[in-house]
Design a protein around this ligand. Structure first.
Ligand SMILES: [Fe+2]
Ligand SMILES: [Fe+2]
Length: 202
């Protein structure tokens, strides 16, 4: 993983505490400056991680990166806004580290940068996607029904119907990852909400 060049590492420029309760304002000025530089490069780390899906087929007709690009391309060509398209691009980024709960990984990453509905779609797309295959595995394809009282039910069902379940076509001409990079950088430029928001404000 890349380390930003402007991060400092000499011992004089590190906090002096051995337990956090000993921390001083000077310590936290050092850490705060490092944090700002580190946080700024979040889009690069996310894009690097997304590339881990390249060539990972898992038995599917297309690899997981192509599925992600195809989902995002279909959403973009259908006129969805940037937050939505970035969610579509990243919705399966948790496949590597969240093999048993991948939607929650992606949802957590995008949460500070998107609307509540877009976050909800990402977080729950696994159950809605199941409508298209759970019955082939002896499971209940209607497990999504447990969300039927949610105001976001239709939006999530639509995401899966139009983009996610439709994005396994090896002949579809998806946009390359470079096409979406500026969108990822714009959407992740500044959190809309975060418990650290006050410290981030300049
Ligand atoms: Fe998924
Ligand atoms: Fe997917």
């Amino acid at each position: 993983m890349n380390k930003p060049e402007n991060l400092t590492h000499s011992i004089e420029e590190r906090a002096k505490f051995r337990e956090m309760k000993e921390g001083t304002q000077e310590d936290w000025a050092i850490i705060g400056a490092e944090y700002m530089a580190f946080a700024k490069d979040l889009p690069d780390r996310v894009l690097d991680h997304l590339k881990l899906l390249d060539g990972d087929f898992g038995g599917f007709p297309v690899c997981r990166l192509e599925h992600s690009l195809q989902t995002a391309t279909r959403a973009h060509r259908d006129g969805r806004d940037e937050q939505y398209v970035v969610m579509a691009l990243l919705h399966d980024i948790g496949d590597t580290l969240g093999s048993y709960n991948h939607p929650e990984v992606a949802a957590s990453i995008i949460k500070p940068f998107v609307t509540e509905e877009i976050h909800w779609i990402c977080q729950n797309h696994g159950a809605f996607q199941g409508y298209y295959y759970f019955h082939h595995l002896g499971m209940d394809r209607n497990v999504r029904d447990k969300f039927q009282d949610s105001p976001h039910y239709q939006a999530c069902a639509e995401f899966c119907e139009k983009y996610d379940q439709a994005a396994f076509d090896p002949d579809y001409e998806s946009e390359p990852l470079e096409f979406f990079e500026p969108m990822v950088r714009r959407v992740m430029a500044k959190p809309l909400a975060s418990m650290y928001a006050k410290a981030i404000e300049e």
